[in-house]
Design a protein around this ligand. Sequence first.
Ligand code: PLP
Length: 390
Amino acid sequence: MTDSPIRPPDRFLVFGAPTMGEEEIAEVVASMRSGWLGSGPKVARFESDFAAYKGVEYAVAVSSCTAALHLSMLALGLRPGDEVVTTALTFAATVNAVIHAGATPVLADVDPETMNVDPAAVRAALTERTKAILPVHFAGRPCAMDELQALAADHGLALIEDCAHAIESEYRGRKTGTMGDFGCFSFYATKNVTTGEGGMVLARRETDAARIKVLALHGMSKDAWRRFSDEGYKHYLVTECGYKYNMMDIQAAMGIHQLARVEESWRRRQQIWTRYREELAGLGLGLPAEPEPGTRHAYHLFTVLVDEQLCGISRDDFLAAMTAENIGVGVHYLAIPEHPYYRETFAWRPQDYPQATRIGRQTVSLPLSPGLSEADVDDVVAAVRKVLQR
Ligand SMILES: *Cc1c(COP(=O)(O)O)cnc(C)c1O
């Protein structure tokens, strides 16, 4: 049987491909020519641009969202035995950062409709050792923040938002990353704004922002930019044992121009997301719910659920068949308790988180980069139809 793929192999549609403009390229080259590669004026500008975009005062650029989460929890002063409640449906980094900070992660199941952590499950997971709640705005859909903020306030808990998917999201007039004590963002290659690798922390309190800045660069009291500026040599003093989590100017050079296009890219992803929702209806796939009224979705991921009973194909066969059509796909995510390390270390069992486990076993993410053409989107839709009709 001859069966030519929807796209030829040399036009493989890469999942999560970044869209880099000439401005980013020119700014990176200018950094390279300037001789200033490390943390310097471009990092400072990216921080102030990002703070302005979010309408906050304190933003600290770091090397990743994982670093942002780690430093936020260090700034909270967590101690061994302290518990942080987070979602069972997230990237490993969310849970690993809790462990890096010396605390114990505790999982809560998700709401099957929103795929965000279920506030009732968070409440049930609280103990007298709980110190913080760490929600993830999954796929860019804001969490039920009224409920989570009320839980945090009632129990005296800190709130750290994992905004790796949610730069543009809003919840009832408030921007994601500004509702908790800390908001942590990722600029990894596949994220809505990218610097290749990179992250940002928003802190509500100035003291926390200052502490994070020190911890992000070896625990030194002055950053290298000021140390080597033309004001003359200044001694740095190590005030605690910090980390090497700073962002480079080369990264910020990309970030400044990526951020300037954040709304334009959002509008393009919104169009693609809406097209998928219309054109993939009625095929037996589970489709993402419409954004809730009073919220703004960041449209970071378009995830479909492949239920073998309804679709006649297993999720893993669907992934393989899409790849054979030369369409790149992703899985966000296998539930955390599916991974051997967490099962062995915390004795978590997938069946105790039935919604996250089911979603993790059925979910497939389709390409949603703003650089996709209408013809690319046509190809994704055609490939999904072809794979389901087999
Ligand atoms: C990407 C991601 C992270 C980690 O971001 P890095 O910048 O790669 O460290 C954390 N949480 C979630 C939900 C993510 O998707």
